[in-house]
Design a protein around this ligand. Structure first.
Ligand code: ATP
Length: 323
């Protein structure tokens, strides 16, 4: 490999900058010329490709978001769009690509490599932690810390006013953020798509709390549950238990921003270095991740189609410590 392109795609996540920095510096270390592609696949189609060097990624390890910017590109979903992307890729004389993003980004990368034979390696960057093949995605740990900081503040009001709070966190199809931050902030109940036990279970739990003298409760809700988001659940609950007056907070995009945690910076640095090594070793269409604290490769096909299961032990812990 002589010249390598790197882009960030899909939703941004804290730690993406640390990953860009690691990819660029690993390239420099190995004598490869790094190029930054702005705005994900959109920038590849528009020809936004710029040379980078060790200094162009200075002072970004501590910043959330992505220096290269991210975007969602409809055009890249079409063969014509990918053809234009390929032409730009070739005119910049690039011969390999690192994609930092989620499973949609890896689907696009798979097509790009199939159609044009470009070696591509992926780095999982998304706060949801919903990518198979890695124990952690970049941004997840920071998001957890953001959630518990916010919920700690909400708890002050919940306690002072004996109130029931529903806090909605991100996770369209995955409850990792809700489950782990829920345990971390001492939630009374945690509602996640993978283990949805319904409103009746929640009611039982609240009634038990009443009996045992608990005066305030925080319920964490993953946005993708079958009973709806936090607002819907609060409404359903108030209809069934008119004595309860619930408050709802939707944390929203604050979960995607902020300074990356040390964990995410280290993870991103490891995966950035590993991505360049993986390409140099002749691999393609694989994602670099960590499993049991070692770098592990997973074919895109598997990373896209399979899902990490929620840990039953964590569900049990959540139940036991919330009584
Ligand atoms: P997040 O987890 O934040 O949603 P993601 O990578 O899954 O990240 P997507 O919006 O699904 O985010 O995908 C990012 C981009 O990847 C899309 O805007 C599109 O350009 C490309 N992409 C996604 N799916 C496909 C596909 N089936 N074919 C071609 N390109 C795709």
């Amino acid at each position: 490999i002589r010249r390598l392109g790197v882009l960030t795609s899909g939703g941004d996540a804290p730690g993406m900058n640390a990953a860009i920095r690691a990819v660029v510096r690993a390239c420099v270390h190995h004598g490869i010329k790094p190029y930054g592609i702005r705005e994900g696949y959109k920038g590849l189609i528009d020809g936004q490709i710029e040379p980078m060097n060790a200094r162009s990624v200075a002072n970004i390890i501590n910043q959330g978001g992505t220096l290269l910017k991210s975007a969602r590109s409809q055009a890249f979903r079409t063969p014509e769009g990918r053809q234009t992307a390929f032409e730009n890729f070739r005119s910049a004389d690039l011969d390999a690509l690192v994609v930092i993003g989620g499973d949609g980004s890896f689907t696009g990368a798979t097509l790009f490599e199939k159609e044009f034979g470009i070696p591509v390696v992926g780095i999982p960057g998304t706060i949801d932690n919903d990518i198979f093949g890695t124990d952690y995605t970049i941004g997840y740990d920071t998001a957890l810390n953001t959630v518990i900081e916010a919920v700690d503040k909400i708890r002050d009001t919940a306690t002072s006013h004996n109130r029931l709070f529903f806090v909605e966190v991100m996770g369209r199809d995955a409850g990792f953020i809700a489950l782990n931050s829920g345990i971390g902030c001492g939630a009374e109940e945690i509602l996640i798509p993978e283990a949805d036990r319904g409103i009746d279970h929640l009611i039982k739990s609240l009634e038990r709390s009443d009996r045992t003298g608990k005066t305030s409760s925080i319920v964490l809700v993953a946005e993708g549950g079958k009973d709806g988001g936090a607002f819907e659940i609060a409404k359903t609950l108030e209809a069934k238990l008119p004595d309860y007056e619930a408050r709802v907070t939707v944390l929203g995009h604050i979960q995607r921003g902020g300074r990356p945690s040390c964990f995410d910076r280290v993870l991103a640095s490891r995966l950035g270095v590993a991505a360049v090594k993986t390409l140099m070793a002749g691999n393609s269409c694989v994602m670099v991740g960590v499993r049991n604290n070692a770098v592990a490769l997973t074919p895109f096909a598997e990373a896209i189609s399979k899902h990490n299961a929620i840990d039953d032990e964590l569900l049990e812990v959540a139940d036991i410590v919330s009584i």
